[in-house]
Design a protein around this ligand. Structure first.
Ligand SMILES: Nc1ncnc2c1ncn2[C@@H]1O[C@H](COP(=O)(O)OP(=O)(O)O)[C@@H](O)[C@H]1O
Ligand SMILES: [Mg+2]
Length: 278
């Protein structure tokens, strides 16, 4: 029995070619509502680990458990896995296959045998949740990157996964797109969806994550609370990363826990700190 985690990885390793380990001996227990950032430089193993957790790639060593039960690669097992764990690929072009937005978002339910009338209803709900109802009949190839990512996310959410894996979801988004994504992720996590997000953007991870795991050469170099892990400059330098600017500035100005985690908190802290200076 593997505790109450919705998704657990035990000693998971993967090599694309013999002897070249892309992911090494990873242990990870993901609870409902988790907000985990997998941080690492290019090639650290983030995407590979997400693919293993999603079932898209088969582990070389180790096991993956869904709700405490060993995940199976049988037909039925893979269908369960896909329904419980949704993955947003880094490039939505690799994910969106149907000609129009509504056809693409309807794909999962129709595959699962949901009747067309019901599927249409579910599509409307999913589009509305992602604030893209106005795009329903648009050809997918005409959309902007941010819109494509939202369509791909709607196609995942329609399956109501208990775990959502996102590969570099903020890459290429403008600040408004990042804010909207953050709001979506916050409301999903608050409703109990476990979220694991791969990124090299330490600033986003610092603000958003409840837990960070720093990957280096396929293994976990450090993990824990963002304010602790991301204050370790030497460890981050080793991993080809840098501390979040907000954290570095707050520490340099003498801030103590609880450290400001957002610009708003930082400004508020700064106002108070200035008043304390004689
Ligand atoms: N399709 C592939 N074939 C061979 N090697 C790969 C492939 N994808 C990734 N790798 C290698 O696996 C390692 C981890 O890559 P990846 O998981 O993509 O890292 P990240 O997402 O952190 O940039 C790297 O050394 C990379 O070169
Ligand atoms: Mg990657």
């Amino acid at each position: 029995m593997v505790d109450h985690a919705v998704l657990t990885a035990r000693g998971v390793s993967y090599a694309y070619s013999p002897g070249h380990w892309a992911v090494r001996n990873i242990d990870l227990a993901v609870q409902a509502g988790a907000r985990i950032a997998l941080l690492g430089a290019n090639g650290a193993g983030k995407s590979t680990l997400l693919l293993l957790l999603s079932g898209a790639e088969h582990v070389c060593n180790g096991e993956i458990y869904l709700n405490g039960t060993l995940a199976e690669r049988s037909r039925a097992g893979m269908r369960r896995w896909r329904r419980q764990v949704g993955m947003l690929l880094q490039d939505p072009e690799d994910q969106l296959l149907a000609p129009t937005v509504e056809q693409d978002v309807a794909f999962g339910p129709l595959q699962d045998g949901v009747k067309e009338v019901e599927a249409r209803e579910l599509v409307q709900q999913a589009l509305s949740r992602m604030a893209i109802s106005h795009l329903a009949t648009r050809p997918v190839h005409e959309l902007s990157l941010g819109e494509k990512k939202r369509v791909a996310l709607a196609g995942l959410l329609i399956q109501t996964p208990s775990v959502l894996l996102l590969d570099e979801p903020t890459a290429g988004l403008d600040p408004g797109g990042v804010r909207a994504l953050r709001e979506t992720l916050d409301s999903l996590a608050a409703a109990g969806t476990a979220i694991i997000l791969a990124t090299h953007e330490v600033d986003f991870a610092y603000e958003w994550a409840a837990e960070v795991c720093v990957l280096f050469e396929g293994g976990i170099l450090a993990r824990g609370a963002p304010a602790e892990v991301l204050a370790d400059r030497d460890m981050l330098t080793h991993a080809s990363l840098e501390p979040p600017l907000l954290l570095e500035a707050a520490l340099a100005l003498g801030a103590r826990t609880p450290l400001p985690r957002s610009r708003t908190e930082f400004r508020a802290w700064l106002r108070t700190a200035r008043r304390m200076i004689p």
